[in-house]
Design a protein around this ligand. Structure first.
Ligand code: PLP
Length: 435
């Protein structure tokens, strides 16, 4: 009650906007996960590591709008590039910077012999799977329980430890070509491979981010690579989360495993709307208008696929990621995030609360549990306390995560002073409120 009361006292303008917004937007928001109780914050602006709400409260932003803001708010490298191309207008046919952006992506991502741009991660996954089906002439796609691949019907299957689609409105007919397996289970994967010959693609988020950030085991990824290659199955890394986050070269660089295709969005354009499918030239050739008649041709389109601001933003962002990589920025952020995780565990322990943290590079998720945590136990874990903790931190100027999402994404904008302020807020919150 005290956490809610303090939140309400600090955010009257957000409350008023929510009351107004509910009349036109279901829940007052434009995405189910943007809502949290008692009502969501509405933001006015942001700068670097901070975001500022409509009441003028500033927050150290470690939610990063669910990942894209790897460079923080209004990063100069991105804004300057957008500004430089402003005279081109928002959309022109085949802009020159399309080629420049694709060259940069191909130079950074190991599997990226060819590139197609789209508008979102959802679209990129849909397209990649279509290319794999066209190339192989097969229909079935393997996905893993707990892996999110965007909001298309077929891939809302198996987000939880069972196969049930996530939410209503997903027809059974869209699920029949999706085969689901437990993640990191080599025996289950090998058994399926031995059983079937109709699999077009194996699709995974190497971080298993939406299922709790459990991360792929390196052995598992090597088995996936070996078995798919042996069977002509297209291995797709969905790098919408891991791209430019696990390191400059994403999960493929982090694990040293090169997939056939990969999808990108989120950090790719650091907040502008851009998705991409990249991969092997022979597979991507299914989208090539110049392909010979005997090669299957897959449709790929999108009216806004090469918007000026998005491409310019991606060029600015990728150039900055390269600079960070060259100057040790990824390693430094990994260290700072690790220290923050350790600080949280010991601060909770000092109050007798057992905390388990899953962390990969600049991402982490928090679980309150005194038994060993795992994805299969995940659904039973208590979330009420952690949600309240995130809201209490918001009361003290730190948006570690949105209360209902449990997704923490640090950015290059966070400096030592921000991490010190986070530690101070954690101490204050645990002392102030009776958790
Ligand atoms: N793939 C993964 C791994 C994601 O985490 C997401 C979004 O969170 C998507 C795909 C969908 O991306 P978008 O929200 O841009 O459609």
């Amino acid at each position: 009650a005290a956490v809610f009361a303090d939140y309400s006292a600090r955010t009257p303008k957000s409350c008023a906007l929510w009351e107004r917004g509910k009349a036109v937007l279901p829940g007052g928001v434009s995405g189910n996960l943007r809502y949290f109780a008692p009502y969501p914050l509405y933001m006015a602006t942001g700068s670097g590591s901070r975001t500022i709400d409509v009441d003028g409260n500033a927050y150290i932003d470690c939610f990063s709008c669910n990942g894209p803001l790897m460079l923080g708010h209004r990063p100069a490298a991105v804004l300057e590039e957008i500004e430089r191309h402003r005279d081109m207008g928002p959309l022109i046919l085949n802009p020159a910077l399309l080629v420049e952006c694709a060259e940069l992506l191909a130079a950074i991502v190991p599997c990226a012999e060819r590139v197609r741009f789209l508008n979102s991660g959802t679209e990129a996954v849909l397209s990649a799977v279509r290319y794999a089906r066209a190339f192989t002439g097969r229909d079935k796609v393997v996905k893993f329980l707990g892996h999110y691949h965007g909001q298309s019907d077929a891939f809302l299957v198996g987000l939880t430890p069972d196969r049930r689609p996530f939410g209503a409105g997903v027809p059974a007919s869209t699920q029949q070509d999706i085969l689901t397996l437990p993640f990191n289970d080599i025996a289950a994967f090998e058994a399926l491979m031995a059983e079937r010959s109709d699999i077009a693609a194996v699709l995974l988020d190497p971080a298993m981010h939406s299922g709790g950030l459990w991360g792929a085991s390196s052995d598992f990824l090597h088995v996936l690579r070996r078995e798919t290659a042996a069977r002509g199955i297209i291995l797709i890394f969905d790098e919408v989360i891991t791209g430019f986050r696990l390191g400059l070269a994403g999960a493929q660089g982090y694990y040293g495993v090169t997939p056939d295709l990969a999808t990108f969005a989120k950090a790719l354009a650091a907040g502008e709307k851009l998705g991409a499918v990249v991969g092997r030239a022979d597979v991507m050739a299914v989208t090539d208008p110049l392909t010979a008649a005997d090669i299957p041709r897959a449709f790929q389109s999108g009216t806004g696929n090469d918007g000026t601001a998005a491409l310019a933003a991606a060029i600015g962002a990728m150039t900055e990621y390269r600079r960070q990589d060259a100057e040790g920025g990824y390693a430094a952020l990994d260290t700072a995030a690790g220290e923050c995780a350790a600080m949280l565990v010991s601060a909770f322990a000092a109050h007798g609360i057992p905390l388990h943290i899953n962390r990969m590079a600049s991402m982490m998720q928090l679980f309150i549990t005194d038994a060993p945590a795992s994805f299969t136990r995940y659904a039973e874990l208590r979330t009420d306390l952690i949600e309240l903790f995130y809201l209490a931190l918001i009361n003290h100027g730190v948006m570690l995560s949105l209360p209902t999402s449990n997704h923490v994404y640090f950015s290059f904008a966070q400096q030592a002073a921000d991490f010190a302020a986070i530690a101070e807020a954690v101490t204050t919150v645990l002392q102030t409120y009776p958790f």
